[in-house]
Ligand binder design. Structure first.
Ligand SMILES: [Zn+2]
Length: 157
């Protein structure tokens, strides 16, 4: 004799179903379990679709992004500048937290490189977004400036 897992009544040890409360003594004996067999692959598919198993990396999509300088604003009587740039996202995903690099050149020679990030910056799928990057020209020279995206983050959910 064993005790029913549900009502604690004494039942035959080989009983599949309790004769008092009708509850199944083995979880896999319960016919309701078989309906879950169809639910598990569905849940897996849902997670798969939300890219749970394939986190997107910027490097795999970098050719679908462009970053173009709109203008360079110099702040009077300082060595400070602001680059206003336009970013185009041709992917069908939303990205955020931009890491960028500002490169200053003189006659094609790299004089200054400045890295930075903006965690609040967001770009929607298949759209454009602008960004203002403040930086300081420490070289004392009149340089040619260029901005590049180094990294972007993609939400998994
Ligand atoms: Zn029972």
């Amino acid at each position: 004799m064993i005790l029913c897992k549900s009502c604690r009544s004494e039942i035959e040890s080989d009983s599949k179903v309790c004769k008092y409360c009708r509850s199944y003594q083995r979880w896999y004996r319960n016919p309701q379990f078989y309906s879950y067999l169809f639910v598990f692959p569905f849940i897996f598919f849902m997670f798969y679709q939300t890219a749970f198993f394939s986190k997107k990396e910027f490097i795999d999509f970098s050719d679908q992004f462009t970053m173009e300088t709109i203008n360079l604003v110099s702040i009077k009587n300082t060595s400070r500048y602001i680059i206003n740039a336009n970013v185009t996202n041709k992917t069908k995903y939303k990205w955020h937290a931009i890491h960028f690099e500002v490169i200053g050149r003189l006659d094609d020679k790299v004089i200054m490189i400045k890295s930075g990030e903006d965690y609040d910056w967001v770009i929607q799928p298949d759209s454009e977004s602008m960004i203002s990057i403040p930086f300081k020209n420490e070289s004392g020279e009149d340089l040619e400036w260029e901005v590049n995206i180094k990294d972007l983050s993609h939400d998994r959910y």
